[in-house]
Design a protein around this ligand. Structure first.
Ligand code: ATR
Length: 279
C-alpha cells in the first residue's frame, strides 16, 4: 500500500516534516508520500475536502489550525480534547480521529537520553505558559513526577493554564525572578517559549546562576540548535536536551499512529541536526 500523509498549516513551506517522515518511511520500508497542503484560512474547508476525497491516511496539523480542525473530526482523543488542540489526524476506516502528540513526543525524546530522569521524586520547572507548555505539562504529569511549577512573564496566563486542571500534580506559579532564585531545587527545567529563537539568539528567558549541576535543561527552540539557554546550562556543567529531538519524536509518534510502526529513531537525532545546520 502507498501511505498518503501530509501536513496542513500556514505558513509551512519551510517545514521539516516531509524530510522527517521520508526518513521514517525509508526506515520502515513502506511506500508513501508526505505532502504539504498549505492554505490560508478561507482555503481550509477546500483543503480538507480534498484530503477526504483522496482518502488521506493521516496528516499533521500545525499553526494556525490546531484548534479549528476539531470541527472537522469524527472523533477526538481524550488528551487532545483536554488540551483543546490536535496536531495529528488518523483516518480510521474513513473516519478522522484527532490526537495531540506534542507532549508525549516530548517525553519520549527526553527519556531516550535520560531514561531515569522522570519519577515520583522529580521536580520540574516549566518556563512559559502557552500552547506548547500545556501538552508538555500534561505528558510530564502522566509520568508521575512530584512537582511541575510554571514560571511565566504573565503570571495570569500561568494561572489560567493551571485552571484548565490538566491533572493532579503539585504546581505553583512563579515569576521568572522567583524561578531564578529557587532554581537549585529543580531536576528538569523546560523552556517552552519562543524566546532565543533565530534571529534573537542572544535572548534567554531566565539566568541559570543557581542551577543544580545534575539537572537537565531542555529547550523546545531548535533554531539555533543550541540556544543561549542551553549553551549557558552546558557551561555551568548541567545536562542539556535539544528541541530538534522533540520535533523528531513528535513525528515518530504520529507515524506510529498512522502506520502501526514503532520505529527506533534515536540515530536520526544527529541526522536531523545536520539537516538543520544545512549540511
Ligand atoms: P504557543 O501557543 O505557540 O506556545 P503562545 O500561547 O502565544 O504561543 O505562548 C507563548 C509563550 O511564550 C507565553 O508563555 C509567552 O509569555 P506571556 O504569556 O507572558 O506572553 C512567552 N513569550 C513570548 N515572547 C516572550 C518574551 N519576549 N519574553 C518572555 N516570554 C515570552
Amino acid at each position: 500500500m502507498l501511505y498518503k500523509l501530509g501536513l496542513i498549516g500556514h505558513p509551512i513551506s519551510h517545514s521539516l516534516s516531509p524530510w522527517i517522515h521520508q526518513q521514517f518511511l525509508d526506515l520502515a520500508e513502506l511506500d508513501g508520500e508526505y505532502k504539504l497542503y498549505e492554505g490560508e484560512h478561507e482555503a481550509l474547508p477546500g483543503v480538507l475536502k480534498h484530503l477526504k476525497e483522496i482518502g488521506i491516511d493521516g496528516f499533521n496539523v500545525t499553526v494556525p489550525y490546531k484548534q479549528i480542525i476539531v470541527d472537522y473530526l469524527d472523533e477526538i482523543d481524550k488528551d487532545a480534547e483536554i488540551l483543546r488542540a490536535v496536531n495529528t489526524v488518523v483516518n480510521i476506516d474513513g473516519k478522522w480521529k484527532g490526537y495531540s502528540t506534542d507532549g508525549e513526543g516530548y517525553v519520549r525524546s527526553l527519556k531516550e537520553p535520560y531514561p531515569n530522569l522522570l519519577n515520583h521524586e522529580t521536580t520540574v520547572l516549566l518556563l512559559g505558559a502557552g500552547g506548547a507548555t500545556r501538552g508538555i505539562y500534561r505528558a510530564l504529569m502522566g509520568q508521575g513526577v512530584a512537582t511541575i511549577d510554571i514560571a511565566n512573564r504573565s503570571q495570569d496566563k500561568a494561572k489560567d493554564l493551571l485552571s484548565l486542571r490538566l491533572g493532579d500534580v503539585n504546581s505553583n506559579v512563579l515569576s521568572y525572578q522567583e524561578a531564578e532564585q529557587q532554581l537549585a531545587k529543580y531536576d528538569l527545567i523546560v523552556q517552552t517559549t519562543s524566546v532565543g529563537m533565530k534571529p534573537n539568539v542572544e535572548d534567554q528567558v531566565i539566568q541559570l546562576d543557581h542551577i543544580n549541576k545534575d539537572a537537565v535543561v531542555s529547550d523546545i527552540v531548535y533554531q539555533p540548535i543550541t540556544t543561549q539557554l542551553l549553551h549557558d546550562a552546558s557551561e555551568r556543567g548541567a545536562n542539556i536536551h535539544h528541541g530538534h529531538a522533540m520535533l523528531l519524536y513528535q513525528g515518530q509518534l504520529a507515524f506510529e499512529k498512522w502506520t502501526g510502526k514503532n520505529l527506533d529513531v534515536a540515530h536520526l537525532v544527529d541526522k536531523l541536526e545536520n539537516k538543520l545546520r544545512g549540511e
